[in-house]
Design a protein around this ligand. Sequence first.
Ligand SMILES: CC(C)(COP(=O)(O)OP(=O)(O)OC[C@H]1O[C@@H](n2cnc3c(N)ncnc32)[C@H](O)[C@@H]1OP(=O)(O)O)[C@@H](O)C(=O)NCCC(=O)NCCS
Length: 165
Amino acid sequence: MSSKEIKFVTPDASYGMAVNQLVASCPPLDTNSAYCNLLQASHFRETSVAACLDSGEVVGFVSGYLIPERPDTLFVWQVAVSEKARGQGLAKRMILSLLERPSCSHVHHIETSITASNNGSWALFRRLASQLDASLNESVMFDQHAHFNGQHDTEHLVRIGPFSL
Ligand SMILES: CC(C)(COP(=O)(O)OP(=O)(O)OC[C@H]1O[C@@H](n2cnc3c(N)ncnc32)[C@H](O)[C@@H]1OP(=O)(O)O)[C@@H](O)C(=O)NCCC(=O)NCCS
């Protein structure tokens, strides 16, 4: 599959179930309720992007939102790329495409959270920071014990910026 066959789409609710299945097929992502993905694809559509084949199959999705108290910061909630579409810069290009939207015209920082063992995600956001020529800072966002009651690995906050496109 070449990147030419993939188009980026602002989702709507009709994408919710396809996104739900894509996320479920992309461990170690936490699986979502269908309702969660429907909200991502509707209320958060202006800061989310779907990558689709000509056939309509959704092979990538980034959900995000502007942090309510800090609307200059895009929080990247989940990034999912189906196995067959990995390794061609799709995840990175989807996030960069969000930054080019009018809805992100005031965005100068990206935040996300990553577990220590998710090498792909660390590589993606480090690459993104270097492409944006911005620094990357890490801290604990949600702690395994203090926040997850021991039932989930610690989520590390990654903050990239400031940058301007
Ligand atoms: C992580 C994931 C989104 C990457 O998607 P992708 O489209 O293949 O990523 P990209 O091609 O845009 O990669 C961006 C950079 O990260 C690197 N990278 C991506 N996955 C990597 C991996 N598993 N190990 C090491 N480096 C990796 C790429 O080499 C690239 O760096 P480069 O430009 O210097 O070559 C995809 O593997 C996935 O969906 N994984 C399962 C779900 C998940 O962990 N999501 C991330 C949580 S937010």
